[in-house]
Write a protein that binds this ligand. Sequence first.
Ligand code: RP5
Length: 169
Amino acid sequence: MHSNPIVSIIMGSDSDLEIMNEAAKALDLFDVPYEIDISSAHRSPARTSEFSRNAAGRGVRVIIAGAGGAAHLAGVIAAETILPVIAVPIAATSLGGLDSLLAMVQMPAGIPVATVAIGKPGATNAGILAAQILGTSDPELAKKLLSYKEKLARGVEEKSRKLQESRTK
Ligand code: RP5
């Protein structure tokens, strides 16, 4: 855990941790200090409210919230902070995450939540998006994000080269 986190990763239950660790891994790629914790919109509303109201004052600049089922966590956090909130829908029920996706993405006008894809790809993108938000005012971080994108592009070129090679054999 970092002593001065600027991103807070929060999730509804410890059962979300495997997915939300992907957001942490993405932030690690860019050396962004974060904290990671559990709070539930439904089971611990007072704790969630306290977290939301205090986050900015503690130096947090972006919040990533993951939850499954009737996933209200990101929305109730966004209701009590002006920090950007990124929501990660988690497949925790027999509805496969579509329930959480719809709960997160259908916020009423006035309380935005940036919702990413269901599950691990979404959690990864939440970490990258948080870094990109911070990168708009941090040139060193922006450089790391640019080289990450270049690495992705090189990966595609490498795959293309291998495919063409395999077809000429
Ligand atoms: C949600 O309910 C949590 O975010 C989790 O995805 C889901 C199930 O929680 P547990 O019953 O595993 O604690 O609030």
